[in-house]
Design a protein around this ligand. Structure first.
Ligand code: C2G
Length: 610
């Protein structure tokens, strides 16, 4: 067995030593962030003389796992190793498995064949002893973890479907240390033992064992697991409901955005034609509950799973769950949620906030979309490369969510909204709606926001004329403390629909949020408070627009600049008149107040016209 030597030597002299001594040099095994990506130190450095002396070679016939045999042989011959504190060699994880997969991310139907062949070659040459046990344990652990994927009947390239692979697995299991097999959890142990005894285990027997294992997991995960199981085994086998529509906006956090506009349009123009099901998280105050033909279901609850499986139409503004099964006969409308300013998916170099599989998960999910709603030609062009999505499946419609901004009665609606929010009718409104920061978070989907806008000063200098409506992004979970600002600040971060806040706002302050594309339909002044401009643009995301020349308003880096602009908005308006016009032509040419109609006429065509 390998023993670790004490790391008393600094890296440089360790490298010197390694040339003359007989040991492996590990450079650590930690995962960490490097260049904004997940990285792993996996380096093993070997003495070249040793390699030549033993004629160790990579198995070039094995395209995916050429190094197992090489490494086990090296470990056998060099029973000690030295782990270095400072990395000499760093592997950055590939974060685009679709366009630039690493060998481990390649989709290869023969992966299991290569894997088993490599293990077999390595284990055959390991004499009984600690390394043999360790390698058996390592491979059985892999088998245990991927067993479901490898044996489940629904998977495309299963071991179970292929008699040759079952034979190979059977042969491999003869080699492993029997004691390590005993260490496996019950169900995996049973499946592998059965295959060890006879290669041709009947499929039904495997299915039973695999299902038992799934059940086991469910019992461990309780709640969600059971509903998921019901979704997989039962609900997706039920007939599809031809007139049911499932809607979801911002992960069930709001009753808002284009799904809401489409829903309102359908109920107004085709009342009673459809059953509407809205996905809402518990605790959301504004929901369509109680409206005709409408149900509200809890995200990930039983009824949600049922409708996710059986509703013929799905209208969603972000992404469906990873495990969503797109059934034949169902139709999926992705409305998305903004014209892109920040680089998206395949255009992102570094995925600072997400896991390395983000791009491939996004890719698989977007293949399930039948249509993607777009607000302008610019979005069509960007989505084509950023999502790798075909343009002929995009709807060049404008955003349904923006119809309200061209409504003939928008001024009356604005008065009503102001009353509803308790904002004095004689006050003008500044709407501050910034976006989130990829690197400012507590945990997954749980982002922070640090308020850099000097509210105190705004109140002092503008409080007689204005109130401030504060609206944080839906990812920001923390509630900003605005006590002490009295009736100057209205924190509408949990208000359901930002379009209604646009309607009442006399001026918008934002940063890198797509909100200004929509707000510009109203032709009112827009200011950009970009206190972290250099960092955001170059390190975190990168932009599709030239922020210096393409925007309809000024980039302001300090509170002084923001206040100066607010004090003289007519000057800003005048200065940006030409830029604003260019901007509107480029981004809002399709926004004529009839986007919902265009989307509905295409997406529901078969249902409405037969
Ligand atoms: N939004 C909001 N309040 C904010 C910011 C955003 O209600 N303070 C809503 C708006 O509808 C906006 C949408 O969330 O259009 C998307 O927000 P962005 O800030 O643009 O950020 P993101 O969610 O990363 O989406 O193609 C657009 C991109 O996907 C950006």
């Amino acid at each position: 067995m390998l023993t670790e030597l004490p790391t008393t030597t600094p890296a440089s002299s360790a490298v010197q030593n390694w040339l003359t001594h007989k040991y492996l040099l590990f450079t650590g095994e930690d995962r960490f962030e490097q260049f904004g990506r997940q990285a792993k130190i996996t380096g093993k450095i070997l003495n070249r003389q040793l390699v030549e002396q033993h004629h160790w070679q990579f198995d070039e016939a094995n395209a995916l796992y050429p190094d197992y045999h090489f490494l086990t042989q090296a470990m056998l011959a060099t029973p000690t190793y030295l782990r270095l504190a400072d990395p000499l060699y760093v592997r950055v994880k590939h974060n685009d498995p679709i366009n630039q997969p690493s060998i481990h991310q390649l989709e290869d139907p023969h992966r299991w064949h290569h894997r088993l062949a490599a293990w077999q070659l390595a284990l055959v040459d390991l004499p009984v002893g600690p390394l043999h046990v360790a390698f058996s344990r390592f491979t059985l652990d892999r088998l245990h973890r991927y067993l479901y994927q490898a044996l489940a009947t629904s998977s495309e390239t299963t071991v179970a479907d292929s008699p040759a692979l079952m034979d190979q697995l059977h042969d491999y299991l003869q080699l492993v240390d029997p004691d390590t097999l005993r260490e496996l959890p019950h169900n995996s142990r049973q499946i592998l033992r059965a295959i060890r005894r006879q290669p041709r285990v009947p499929q039904f027997q495997i299915n039973v064992l695999v299902r038992l294992r799934q059940l086991n997991r469910v019992i461990r995960h309780r709640g969600r697991g059971i509903t998921r199981l019901a979704y997989n085994w039962w609900f997706t086998k039920l007939p599809i409901k031809p007139r049911t529509i499932l809607y979801e906006s911002f992960l069930g956090r709001n009753f808002s955005d284009s799904p809401k506009a489409i829903y309102n349009y359908l109920e107004k123009n085709y009342p009673g034609r459809f059953h509407h099901v809205w996905v809402m998280n518990p605790g959301v105050s504004e929901t369509p509950a109680g409206r005709p033909n409408t149900k509200v279901v809890k995200r990930f609850g039983w009824r949600y799973m049922y409708y996710l499986a059986t509703a013929k139409f799905q209208v969603i503004n972000m992404r469906q769950p990873k495990w969503f099964i797109k059934r034949p006969g169902t139709k999926f409308l992705a409305t998305w949620h903004g014209t892109p300013l920040k680089h998206l998916v395949f255009d992102m170099d570094n995925v600072a906030s997400a896991n390395p599989l983000y791009k491939s998960i996004f890719y698989q999910q977007s293949r399930q979309w039948d249509y993607l709603v777009t607000a302008n030609q610019f979005s069509v062009d960007v989505f084509e490369h950023a999502f790798m999505y075909p343009t002929d499946q995009m709807l060049p419609s404008g955003y349904p969510r923006n119809d309200i901004l061209s409504a003939p009665d928008k001024d009356e609606q604005a008065q009503q909204i102001k009353r509803k929010l308790g904002i004095p009718l004689d006050k003008k409104i500044i709407l501050y709606a910034p976006t989130w920061r990829d690197d400012d978070y507590y945990g997954v989907g749980d982002y922070k926001f640090t308020l850099k806008l000097d509210i105190d000063r705004l109140k002092r200098e503008l409080g007689d004329e204005y109130v401030l409506v504060l609206r944080t992004h839906y990812f920001i979970t923390e509630h900003l403390d605005t006590t002490g600002f009295g009736d100057f600040v209205y924190n509408e971060s949990s208000y359901d629909d930002i379009s209604e806040l646009y309607l009442i706002a006399d001026v918008l302050i934002t940063d890198y949020s797509s909100v200004f594309f929509d707000y510009a339909i109203l032709k009112r002044p827009i200011l950009y408070f970009v206190y972290d401009y250099e960092k955001y643009g170059s390190v975190l995301r990168g932009f599709y627009l030239n922020m210096e020349t393409d925007l309809p308003g000024p980039l302001l880096k300090t509170n002084d600049d923001v206040l100066a602009a607010l004090h003289d908005l007519p000057a800003v308006t005048q200065q940006y008149a030409a830029a604003y016009q260019r901007f509107s032509q480029r981004f809002n040419a399709w926004e004529d107040g009839h986007a919902s109609q265009r989307v509905v006429d295409t997406f529901f065509a078969d249902e409405l016209h037969h």
